[in-house]
Design a binder for this molecule. Structure first.
Ligand SMILES: [Zn+2]
Length: 350
């Protein structure tokens, strides 16, 4: 078993993005980015609350149970409870978005994969909004989702994009399944799995097939005056933004351009684009809705006990996961296995 005390707090915004703002922004922009970066670095060394594997007593494991709290621009959690399950909408858009998108993510995992919440044990879904002041990040701390308001100039409120909420929640799913350690290739795989489920939840919400989807993560998160279509592109990594404030999207689209770095936990938000693109290619090749074939294969690989044993014992890399997805694709058909294999081949993993 992996040591749950080593689980990190999963930040959405990588340090290198904030460092660009600190280098290129005006005084106000520098200040907000610096404060967020200090908090992200604090989160990295703070023990998270590893509850994804915890058994919850007295809960109906087959029921969706949400709660949204308002941190009132402070940094203590959870803040004041403002909306619990079955309560009507409030006048606060961040509260309502968090509540609705937690529900859609829960429904997606239940309807498409028969999974009850993140740990498949009906774990309640809790979130806090309005965390800190002009905070440019969202994170999952093992127990709850936490959203900043953004600074309004560069980043909009972090509840705005359903795939971001699903991305953070999917970290909880990965924790309770393969548990990919959050460093280097294994960490980039962990990040990629979150983008994969984030993209699928967005497509589920929009009722789009793999061919119709835009494969953009964090659409609308960046303000309209920033030259960006989102935070990341799964179909064309490295093209999500190119702006004087943020610099150019640094994500590679092939193993030939794999970034070796100690920053960002060994590039977990950088190289995640390689398995991201493999998933996008596989989903398009296999056709239909992404969760029908590619998503099911990725989900089954993530939940494969052999995958977990390998990840716990010696760590997992892109190749190990690719191999596992090809094995699961074969359960559909030989043709599906060939298509998944060719997707991994196109990004240089296979
Ligand atoms: Zn993440």
């Amino acid at each position: 078993m992996s040591d749950s005390s080593l689980l990190p707090n999963y930040s959405l915004i990588p340090p290198y993005m904030l460092e660009e703002i600190i280098n290129n922004g005006d005084t106000r922009q520098k200040d907000h980015a610096s404060l967020t970066l200090i908090d992200i670095n604090r989160l990295l060394i703070t023990d998270p609350v590893p509850q994804a594997n915890k058994k919850y007593d007295n809960i109906n494991k087959n029921k969706l149970v949400r709660s949204i709290s308002d941190a009132k621009n402070q940094e203590s959690l959870p803040g004041i409870l403002v909306r619990k399950e079955a309560d009507p909408a409030t006048s606060d858009i961040a509260v309502n978005e968090a509540y609705d998108y937690l529900g859609i993510t829960y429904n997606f995992f239940w309807q498409k994969f028969g999974r009850r919440s993140l740990n498949n044990q009906g774990m309640p879904l809790d979130a806090s909004v309005h965390y800190s002041t002009s905070y440019q990040n969202a994170f999952w701390n093992g127990e709850r989702m936490v959203f900043g308001d953004g600074d309004g100039q560069i980043f909009n409120r972090f509840t705005i994009a359903i795939d971001i909420i699903a991305h953070e929640l999917a970290h909880g799913v990965t924790e309770s399944e393969a548990g990919f350690a959050y460093y280097g290739q294994s960490g980039a795989l962990n990040e990629s799995i979150s983008d994969v489920f984030g993209a699928m939840v967005k497509q589920f919400h929009n009722n789009q097939t793999a061919a119709q989807a835009d494969w953009i993560i964090g659409e609308k998160l960046l303000n309209s005056n920033i030259n960006a279509i989102g935070l990341r592109s799964m179909s064309a990594p490295g093209t999500a933004y190119n702006d004087p404030l943020l610099g150019k999207d640094p994500q590679p689209d092939h193993m030939d351009n794999y970034i070796s770095t100690r920053q960002d936990n060994g590039g977990v938000h950088l190289n995640s684009s390689i398995p991201n693109k493999a998933f996008c290619l596989a989903a398009k090749k296999l056709g239909g809705y992404s969760w029908e074939y590619a998503g099911k294969i990725w989900y089954n690989a993530l939940c494969d006990k052999e995958m977990k044993r390998k990840a716990d014992r010696e760590g997992a890399n892109f190749f190990n996961f690719a191999e596992c997805t090809i094995t699961h694709a074969r359960l559909f058909s030989e043709q599906a296995a060939r298509q998944v294999q060719s997707a991994w081949h196109e990004v240089g993993v296979w």
